[in-house]
Design a protein around this ligand. Structure first.
Ligand SMILES: [Zn+2]
Length: 130
């Protein structure tokens, strides 16, 4: 048993062929012996959703007083921020983006809040007859 197997050799998980331990791919069947760990790439990178959430959140703030322009940016900022926070909880995206998401949600929320104030002031203005 295992007579042909050297210490630095492993069996291919696909076809059982003996391959070098260092081999990335089985030369016989092409099976990827070493699957590149995905957690490394996910763990390091900030999800683009977090960055977009932050940018749209910040942009929405100065636009908040311009008749609803802030809403266009605030809504995606909040939605993307929440989606990315959910991905972080599921370990699907990097926790490094968490601050981005929260900042995006807070900025977006402030913009919507200021938008509501503008609408209320507008309605008060109409009812006052100005
Ligand atoms: Zn193989």
């Amino acid at each position: 048993m295992n007579q042909g197997k050297k210490p630095d050799e492993i069996y291919c998980q696909s076809c059982g062929n003996l391959i070098s331990e260092k081999a990335v791919m089985c030369p016989k069947c092409g099976f990827m012996a070493k699957s590149i760990p995905r957690t490394v790439t996910i763990g390091d990178r900030i999800n683009p959703m977090a960055i977009i959430s932050l940018i749209t959140g910040i942009v929405s703030l100065p636009c908040g007083w311009l008749w609803g322009a802030g809403i266009v940016f605030a809504i995606p900022a909040i939605i993307l921020g929440i989606l990315d926070l959910r991905n972080i909880n599921k370990c699907k995206s990097s926790s490094r983006g968490k601050g981005f998401d929260i900042a995006g949600i807070v900025c977006g929320g402030l913009s919507i809040f200021s938008f509501i104030i503008v609408i209320v002031l507008f309605l008060i203005g109409i009812s006052s007859g100005y």
